[in-house]
Design a protein around this ligand. Structure first.
Ligand SMILES: C[S@@+](CC[C@H](N)C(=O)[O-])C[C@H]1O[C@@H](n2cnc3c(N)ncnc32)[C@H](O)[C@@H]1O
Length: 243
């Protein structure tokens, strides 16, 4: 079963199966990253942070424990409904499409864990960076944490099966027209499911062009969650800090 009336990212991320497949996500690593990043940015106390495409809010919740005033925003209604149980005076979650400005300004806007490059339309990817810019106050920082596409392509596992909670997820990966495509097939309660992830294989050079068009300035580039310098061949991540 696939939901062909919706864009892939609007349906797949909203299903329980997405959260089952990726349930082994490394929370400790996410927390280390947020600690390193906020130290590096030297955000003011109680800074306002927007976690754009926050999912179920793992980074937002931790950022809030560091004392920041956090809004988590995501397109997935189910993820936001789940995250809302963690809300407090300084932590809020809302459904929002990241290619549009949020309507407030922040000391930092984070887009984490490859939550970019889903749109088929180039204008929407550019609009997302423009929206981040519009969401920043005068001293605010934008951060995009993307995969290092070169590294991912060099290390692509074409096919494997991952069993989680008794479900065998067959994952098939390929590079197609500049996108990294992952087909995910499985059977659950006698029904066959198929979903596809399609992420544009943006490189640092591609981002630099988008940043120029959006009128933001790249300040620094890191290659992992410990904030080591980016290396195009060997880094696992492409973490860009801009204003
Ligand atoms: C790879 S997940 C990462 C989630 C979260 N940042 C994390 O690290 O756990 C990508 C997220 O982007 C969200 N997303 C996809 N398209 C979006 C859009 N147009 N606007 C806002 N969020 C979107 C999905 O719903 C999903 O939660």
């Amino acid at each position: 079963m696939t939901n062909s009336t919706k864009k892939w990212y609007a349906s797949w991320f909203d299903t329980p199966f997405y959260h089952i497949l990726y349930k082994d996500r490394d929370y400790a690593e996410a927390e280390t990253f947020m600690t390193n990043l906020t130290n590096y940015l030297n955000l003011p106390e109680q800074a306002k942070v927007l976690d754009l495409a926050c999912g179920k809010g793992r980074h937002s919740i931790f950022l809030n424990t560091l004392g920041y005033n956090v809004i988590g925003a995501d397109l997935s209604e189910n993820s936001i409904a789940f995250a809302k149980q963690f809300e407090n005076e300084t932590l809020h979650f809302n459904v929002h499409n990241m290619c549009k400005p949020y309507g407030e300004t922040f000391d930092a806007v984070f887009n984490l864990f490859t939550s970019f490059g889903y749109f088929e339309n180039e204008i929407d990817n550019l609009s997302t960076i423009k929206a981040i810019k519009a969401n920043l106050n005068e001293s605010g920082f934008g951060v995009i944490d993307f995969m290092n596409s070169n590294y991912v392509i060099d290390n692509l596992v074409k096919k494997n099966t991952k069993t989680v909670d008794g479900i065998d997820f067959l994952q098939e990966r390929r590079v197609e027209n500049g996108y990294i495509v992952k087909d995910i097939s499985f059977t659950f309660e006698d029904e066959d499911y198929h979903f596809q992830e399609r992420v544009k294989a943006f490189t640092l050079n591609d981002f630099e062009k988008l940043f120029e068009k959006a009128g933001v300035y790249l300040l620094d580039v890191f290659g992992d969650y410990k904030l080591n310098k980016f290396d195009a061949k060997n880094s696992e991540r492409l973490i860009m800090i801009f204003k």
